[in-house]
Design a binder for this molecule. Structure first.
Ligand SMILES: *Cc1c(COP(=O)(O)O)cnc(C)c1O
Length: 348
């Protein structure tokens, strides 16, 4: 239990804001057919001539129910990247505040800290790719507003130890953002069920990976009602467009399909890990809790270029700390993975 005073973390100018109120927010429906002449829209129906629901109520209700939270614990963004940016802008005072990230990890935290002019304090993961709790807590100061834990972590593919995350939730006096972009592939349970225990916890998820909808851009933020209300004050009103809301709703109402695709991906992933291990230039294949495999090779850049020449694009992570000579392989279709393995054998 950590009683962080959330209001004391909020940026001074954000405290005084109230959310933009759109024309459509203000009216109270009495249930009868309404004539909408309030938003200067084109009245001829084509499916998208009206502004989208700024609170995405249909989608939010369904997803909140599936996840066992209240709609007031949910905020959507134009991808998780927008959600993460909103978190920066709500809590971090440019120039004064800082965030803590744990490389090697997802690159957007650093990019967003740069864009928002917030210092990024980096504390390397341990050699087991776990958070170095002691180092993180001694690096934190009164201006450390956000701590980013990506679990399962990109690019290392492991989930962080629950004990270490719990220790950080209990002892970091800012907001702990757990990025669960890969949670649907993980053996570990989501931290969503702990939202009511830790007032300083934000969990982010996305429809870009397991849900197969990277193209519609829908990121999800789960947090206390208090935190969500703060983020809602600075959210652009129509950040999630009508097409995205519709496609996302169709998909979350068809969870069986998502689950069966995830099951296939996990099966292919384990086959891919095994096949990689057989190659003589593969030094190590890391355990994975995500839909990709990180492998250490004899010479990552050379192998990367060989693959590219054969028309296969993977991610070269060799410049990342602790990731020297590693490539990250996303799990593809059965045929794509077979093609990858065949080409890897050819370049042995
Ligand atoms: C892919 C990924 C995301 C997803 O970002 P979107 O903007 O929702 O597509 C978020 N976090 C991590 C760690 C990722 O790897």
């Amino acid at each position: 239990m950590n009683k962080v005073d959330i209001q004391s973390l909020v940026r001074e100018n954000v405290k005084g804001l109230s959310p933009y109120s759109s024309a459509r927010d203000e009216y109270v429906s009495d249930g009868s057919e309404m004539v909408f002449l309030d938003a200067n829209e084109n009245p001829f129906e084509n499916g998208v001539n009206r502004y989208p629901d700024p609170q995405q109520r249909n989608l939010k209700d369904v997803l909140a129910q599936q996840k066992g939270v209240k709609p007031k614990n949910v905020l959507f963004g134009n991808g998780s990247d927008e959600v993460l940016d909103l978190i920066f802008r709500a809590f971090c005072e440019p120039k004064d505040d800082n965030i803590i990230t744990l490389p090697p990890t997802y690159g957007m935290y650093k990019v967003l800290s740069g864009i928002n002019n917030i210092k990024n304090k980096e504390v390397l993961l341990t050699s087991e790719f776990e958070p170095d709790v002691e180092q993180i807590l001694s690096t934190a100061d009164a201006n450390s507003k956000l701590l980013f834990l990506c679990s399962p972590n990109n690019p290392t593919a492991n989930s962080f130890s629950r004990n270490k995350i719990t220790e950080l939730l209990n002892n970091f006096n800012g907001i702990v953002v757990i990025d669960e972009a890969y949670i649907d592939f993980s053996k570990e349970k989501s931290w969503l069920s702990k939202l009511s225990i830790y007032s300083n916890l934000i969990v982010t998820q996305t429809l870009s990976k397991a849900y197969g909808m990277a193209g519609i851009r829908l990121g999800v933020c789960y947090a206390s009602e208090e935190i969500i209300a703060i983020l809602n004050k600075i959210k652009p009103p129509y950040n999630v467009n009508e097409l995205t809301q519709k496609r996302a709703l169709d998909r979350v109402l068809n969870l069986d399909k998502v689950k069966s695709e995830v099951a296939d991906i996990l099966e292919y992933r384990d086959l891919l890990s095994k096949a990689l291990l057989q190659l003589n230039f593969v030094v190590k294949v890391y355990d994975t809790d995500a839909n990709f495999v990180l492998a250490k090779l004899d010479n990552a850049t050379e192998r990367y270029n060989q693959l590219l020449k054969k028309g296969i694009v993977v991610r070269n992570r060799t410049t990342q700390p602790l990731c020297e000579n590693t490539l990250r392989f996303t799990v593809g279709t059965k045929e794509e993975n077979q093609r990858l393995i065949q080409v890897l054998k050819e370049i042995q």
